[in-house]
Design a protein around this ligand. Structure first.
Ligand code: NAD
Length: 469
């Protein structure tokens, strides 16, 4: 409403792509009022699950029909190589809508035979539960994988019958705005889905604190996740938090190194390390440490950095000069603290946003580079000697988002999977995402899970009805 706008830039070149509205509290308020009215309207409230399912399926079809445009927008806005959007993230977004289209017709309560025995003579107790949509949802997402992370919230929320206000990340709002057009084109009633662009501390904070929002769902840093918790207090809104990580990738002495070396390299270098579950702490058994580290370093040397639209590009820039500065600061802090830069460590490009894939060795558990989430293509590597030691090292973090274990031993794999405190443990793979697989964190990596059947429950309340009949 103020008319103020924010510039959005191509992180590869620094070129101005366009401007987006700098939304603030007044805009959030209007969007929440629209979402509330839509929630209470007969057009949405009385719509059957089957009809909501068809709408979600239609959104998926429209994303698919506009896949090339969405991928190009994401590359220009975020920097990622075109193939990342084309083969991983946009298909991932489509699958979210198709998966939760199926959920919309399967939202059911239960009938409950109670133990109450003080009902009037000749009467019976009839008790059951129904699942009701929670209401207006405020969704806030980060910039690393904008479209798919947004779909992970919209699809189950609409399947449940909620209405929404989305606040995309200020650096990457373009696909969210295009998606809003596609959602309208699919026939979703006006007011059911709203987008307010703007800065986190303005539009984001206003949405988080708004007492007309029944549920906030946030993906982003642990630091802002804690602010979300404070902001939720006013009306005790429900909260799902998908936060940061410092996930271990563990290579056991019997690992298949043909699989493990490119696997652990991709675990950190995919999407320039801007992945919440990135395998940013690499632990390798001492007997194969040098071989694996040299293999990962070689892999890193072979990665072609470039503009995301160039088909030869394997790694694009990071999202902004500010983020690049932050990553470079971490590498420098590691160097100063005594870490060895085995490969990478440099930074370049027209606006300094290209970060070389970097491997740091000789790190200690107390170093900042080992403890904090860098969110860039930087891995810290440590040797270990036995299975007990590796469990302690892997769990020595306040995060608990994900981990991977690389071994040919069935028992070692499942024993470690049980002992690691993380929301997901991959065995002989890393970053395997699917709409069917719950994802989310233990410890300070968050509250709740997205994807998978239970995600629709994030947007439902259980009502108990108990009658004497
Ligand atoms: P961020 O926390 O800085 O920002 C995330 C979103 O919150 C943005 O839209 C931002 O505008 C908004 N925001 C900022 N300040 C706010 C405030 N005071 N109130 C309300 N909203 C506010 O995170 P980021 O730097 O954009 O993204 C990177 C982080 O996201 C990393 O920590 C990464 O691990 C995490 N992440 C987690 C998952 C997961 O599933 N667990 C997935 C992707 C990214």
């Amino acid at each position: 409403q103020s008319g103020a706008r924010l510039e959005t830039h191509n992180p590869a070149s620094g070129a101005l792509l366009g401007t987006i509205p700098a939304g603030a509290a007044a805009d959030v308020d209007r969007a929440v009022v629209a979402a509330r009215a839509a929630f209470e309207s007969a057009a949405w409230r009385d719509m059957t699950g089957a009809k909501r399912a068809r709408l979600l399926w239609k959104i998926a079809d429209l994303i698919e029909a506009n896949l090339d445009e969405l991928c190009e927008l994401e590359t220009l806005d975020q920097g990622k190589p075109l193939w990342v959007g084309k083969y991983a993230e946009v298909p991932g977004a489509i699958e979210q809508f198709r998966y939760f289209a199926g959920a919309a017709t399967k939202i059911e309560g239960t009938t409950i035979p109670t133990s109450i025995d003080y009902q009037p003579p000749g009467k019976k107790i009839f008790a059951y539960t129904v699942k009701e949509p929670l209401g207006v949802v405020g969704a806030i997402v980060p910039w690393n994988s904008p479209l798919v992370l947004t779909a992970m919230k919209i699809a189950p929320a609409l399947a449940a019958g909620c209405t929404m206000v989305l606040k995309p990340a200020e650096d990457t709002s373009l696909t969210a705005l295009r998606l809003a057009e596609l959602i309208a084109e699919a026939g979703v009633p006006p007011g059911v889905f709203n987008v307010v662009t703007g800065l986190g501390e303005a539009a984001g904070a206003a949405l988080a604190a708004h007492t007309g929002v029944d549920k906030a769902t946030f993906t982003g840093s642990t630091e802002v996740g804690k602010l979300m918790l404070d902001a939720a207090k006013g009306n005790l809104k429900r909260l799902t938090l998908e936060l940061g990580g410092k996930s271990p990738a563990i290579v056991m002495p019997d690992a298949d190194l043909e699989l493990a070396i490119p696997g652990v390299a991709n675990a950190i270098f995919f999407n320039a390390g801007q992945v919440c579950v990135a395998g940013s702490r690499l632990y390798v058994h001492g007997s194969i440490f040098e071989r694996v580290i040299e293999g990962v370093a070689n892999y890193a040397r072979g990665i072609r950095l470039g503009h995301g639209l160039d088909p030869q590009t394997q790694m694009g820039p990071v999202v902004s000069a500010k983020q690049a500065e932050r990553i470079a600061g971490y590498v420098e802090s590691g160097r100063v603290a005594g870490a060895e830069v085995r490969v990478g460590g440099g930074r370049g490009g027209p606006c300094g946003t290209f970060i070389e894939p970097t491997v740091l060795t000789r790190v200690r558990p107390d170093m900042k580079v080992v403890r904090e989430e860098i969110f860039g293509p930087v891995v810290v590597a440590t040797p270990f000697d036995d299975a007990e030691e590796i469990v302690t090292l892997a769990n020595d973090t306040h995060y608990g988002l994900a981990a991977s274990v690389w071994t040919e031993s069935l028992s070692a794999a499942h024993r470690l999977a049980a002992q690691i405190r993380a929301g997901t443990v991959w065995i002989n793979c890393h970053s395997m995402f699917d709409a069917t697989l719950p994802i989310g964190g233990m410890k300070q990596s968050g509250w709740g899970r997205e994807s998978g059947q239970q995600a629709v429950e994030n947007y439902l309340e259980t009502k108990t009805i108990c009658a004497v009949i």
